[in-house]
Write a protein that binds this ligand. Structure first.
Ligand code: PLP
Ligand code: COI
Length: 358
């Protein structure tokens, strides 16, 4: 699909020191936007200069968090090409989230065309320093002018781009995680498996409290029994127990991570045994005491592979050391190798962005 482009007349100054990019603080010159209403469906797909949105103060997104989003990255290859990692998975998940939040599905090919055209236009913004990428944030919000609690009358889908470095300020250094025993993030039957803003809003207080105690993030337990490991705020969790790569099963309350899925597929190829199941928090401590728990790490687009150095729960700690473990390291090297084009992609995971506008 041909997407009309209005180029900015005021290009922004680009950062000079990529090592100081941080995550999600710098934004590029342009954004993609499309509108939806009942009569016209999705229409007016276009790329325009990055600018504030104008929405009605009565919009459902502002009152009831009627919104969903995605996160994916564009990487600069050594030969100058720019590649995306499994973008069709993000487009599919966007529509699964849309279903859960009563938002209208958006054609997956349109999503992919929008991502490719925008990244092509912004290719000079893709950072080159190791560990950096152009983070893309497709988002859909409920717009309109009604305060009743029902699905929105109008919708906006947009994509913004942010050249970004490591999600955790310490890069690939192991993170310290607090296992939360009072607050919960999601319950079975709730919205935990949708990528919707409310999940993140409701997780903030516990995260702030954990950060005040020196932890980087919170690991959530299930909302029904407060007993089973779920996920961290922005990543799925994996544990190596007795040599088995063990991770919480997809149960409706955790996000179906694309990095999670990719790591499990790689483990299968590497001959690493994999088990997706419910993991009681007590079992982690028992395994640790029996020297059977050798690694813990998180997986996510922003977080990549993030080794967990410490897990604290009710005053007890699991300490896994200050170095990344061998399974996490192999996954990190393989995944980032494929994502940045350094390793051959035999799986068809990467998509080179065609050059048309950039
Ligand atoms: N879990 C949550 C709550 C997330 O926000 C994310 C990030 O997107 C993930 C897991 C990891 O998902 P993915 O690997 O698709 O980025
Ligand atoms: C991502 O990894 O893309 C995320 O969405 C994490 C984000 C919540 C910061």
């Amino acid at each position: 699909m041909e997407i009309p482009i209005t180029r900015t007349s005021l290009p922004k100054q680009k950062y000079t020191d990529e090592s100081k990019l941080g995550f999600g603080v710098v934004f590029t010159d342009h954004m993609f936007i499309a509108n939806h209403d009942e009569e016209r469906g999705w229409h007016d797909a276009r790329i325009v200069p990055y600018r504030p949105l104008e929405i009605d103060p009565a919009s459902p997104v502002l009152h009831y968090s009627i919104e969903i989003f995605e996160g994916l990255k564009a990487y600069l290859y050594e030969d100058g090409e720019v590649g995306l990692f499994r973008p069709e998975q993000n487009a599919a998940r966007m529509n699964r989230s849309a279903y859960r939040m009563c938002l209208p599905p958006i054609d997956e090919q349109l999503q992919l065309d929008a991502i490719e055209t925008l990244v092509d236009l912004e290719r000079d913004w893709v950072p080159r320093a190791p560990g950096t990428a152009l983070y893309l944030r497709p988002t859909m919000i409920g717009d309109g002018c009604r305060l009743g609690v029902h699905s929105a009358q109008k919708h906006i889908y947009f994509i913004i781009c942010s050249p970004s470095g490591a999600f955790y300020p310490n890069g690939i250094k192991p993170v310290r995680i607090h296992i939360e025993d009072a607050y919960v993030r999601a319950v079975r039957g709730g919205t935990g498996n949708a990528k919707t803003g409310g999940n993140y809003a409701s997780s903030l207080l516990a995260a702030v409290m954990a950060q005040e105690k020196g932890f980087d993030q919170v690991l959530w337990l299930d909302g029904r029994e407060n007993r089973y490991i779920e996920e961290v705020g922005a990543m799925n969790t994996m544990f190596v127990i007795d040599g088995v790569l063990t991770t919480p099963a997809i149960n409706g309350s955790i996000l179906e991570g694309i990095t999670r899925m990719s790591v499990l597929e790689l483990a299968g190829e590497f001959g690493i045994p994999v088990c997706e199941r419910a993991i009681p928090v007590d079992e982690l401590f028992e395994a640790y005491e029996a020297d059977a728990l050798t690694e813990a790490f998180g997986t996510g687009t922003a977080a990549v592979i993030s080794p967990i150095g410490e897990l604290e729960y009710k005053g007890k700690s699991i300490c896994l050391g200050a170095e990344i473990g061998p399974v996490a390291k192999r996954m990190y090297d393989t995944l980032t190798g494929i994502q940045t084009g350094r390793l051959a992609d035999a799986r068809g995971w990467t998509k080179i962005v065609p050059r048309k506008h950039g």
